[in-house]
Design a binder for this molecule. Structure first.
Ligand code: NAP
Length: 316
């Protein structure tokens, strides 16, 4: 398989923490360039301020991986596809479902790979959980996704802007796992979104879904969590209770650890992207984003205390 010349677009937290190390370690890729405002990027790699400038200067790039906030993802993806590049999208794949559908059509028409990456689906216990559940009858599902936005998204104001999705930025990871491990579709029936009085997107959400079989799926997301962070999914079945813990890293059945392995989500994502590029196939599952869109369509909205990044902000 020829080495894929790839470029990172958007060199912020996730590009630094995960994409760059995964690409650096993979023999399947050559990191050809980085495009990010102010030329941010790792030492020793060609850096550009914009996608256009990068593609003009390094036209033989095969693929780009978009690590930008969702609000600019569509424009950059459409441009990269139009210039003949394969594209990998960080999650969520867009700010609207129509954007994702349009990119899918564009990739298909142009004969390029589009990969809507859901990194949490590559957590080590997700596939074992799917296999275990496949043979059992589900009675109920409880998703608890509670993390401290100040720790995981320090100062990222885009989270609170329209399209930033607020608590759904992490919560969609829980939904991406639930939709992968449950054999049945489920639909939102009601929800409550808590929106800080000074922000545009929810800081917490309490959602109630039902599967097509009629079992309940509840999801509680909260970005105000301090102390222990929770990324758990509990599934009660006719043969015991499965818990996926730590974002899909550990699997328990009736409290007993069944599966745990080293976290290699991003190496797994890039391996999958390489396979897709080789076969010029695409993988675009918008189901988790559909659930988030449904939550915005159907939920009750409550105004809660304003959110500030630190205690000093209100008086500044
Ligand atoms: P971030 O730290 O704000 O990084 C985004 C980067 O994109 C910044 O460097 C930003 O530059 C750059 N950018 C903005 N507009 C651009 C454009 N038009 N062209 C090129 N670069 C542009 O955000 P992040 O945490 O890395 O998150 C990015 C995406 O990854 C989000 O969709 C998020 O859901 C996903 N993700 C994040 C995490 C996490 O733990 N943070 C985990 C998994 C997935 P400026 O700052 O100069 O605007």
């Amino acid at each position: 398989m020829p080495v894929i010349k790839i470029a990172i677009v958007g060199f912020g937290k996730i590009a630094r923490d995960q994409h760059y190390p995964a690409l650096f370690d993979s023999p399947a890729y050559q990191l050809a360039a980085v495009a990010s405002p102010d030329g941010a990027g790792p030492e020793g790699v060609d850096r550009y301020d914009t996608l256009d400038a990068m593609l003009d200067a390094v036209p033989d790039i095969d693929a780009v991986t978009l690590c930008v906030p969702p609000s600019v993802r569509y424009v950059l993806a459409a441009k990269a596809l139009a210039r003949g590049k394969h594209v990998m999208l960080e999650k969520p794949p867009g700010t609207t479902l129509n954007e994702v559908a349009a990119l899918q059509r564009q990739a298909e028409k142009g004969g390029k790979t589009l990969f809507a990456a859901w990194h949490s689906r590559f957590a080590p216990a997700v596939e074992p959980a799917r296999t275990w559940l496949d043979k059992r009858k589900v009675r109920s599902v409880d998703i608890q996704w509670k993390e401290d936005v100040r720790v995981w998204h320090p100062g990222q104001d885009w989270i609170w802007e329209p399209g930033g999705m607020g608590v759904f930025d992490p919560g969609i990871n829980g939904l991406s796992i639930a939709t992968a491990i449950l054999g049945q579709p489920f639909f939102l029936r009601k929800g409550v979104l808590e929106v800080p009085a000074n922000r545009q997107t929810p800081i917490a959400a309490d959602l109630y879904f039902e599967s097509t079989d009629g079992y309940p799926v509840s999801a509680v997301f909260d970005s105000r969590q301090t102390g222990p962070q929770l990324w758990d999914i509990h599934v009660t079945t006719d043969e015991g209770r499965l818990t996926l813990s730590k974002g899909g890293s550990q699997m328990f059945v009736d409290g007993e650890l069944q599966h745990e392995a080293e976290e290699r989500e991003y190496p797994g994502l890039y391996q999958r992207f390489a396979e897709l590029v080789e076969s010029v196939g695409s993988e675009v599952d918008a189901t988790p984003l559909q659930h988030v869109a449904d939550a915005f369509l159907l939920s009750e909205r409550r105004s809660v205390d304003p959110f500030y990044w630190n205690d000093l902000e209100p008086s500044e």
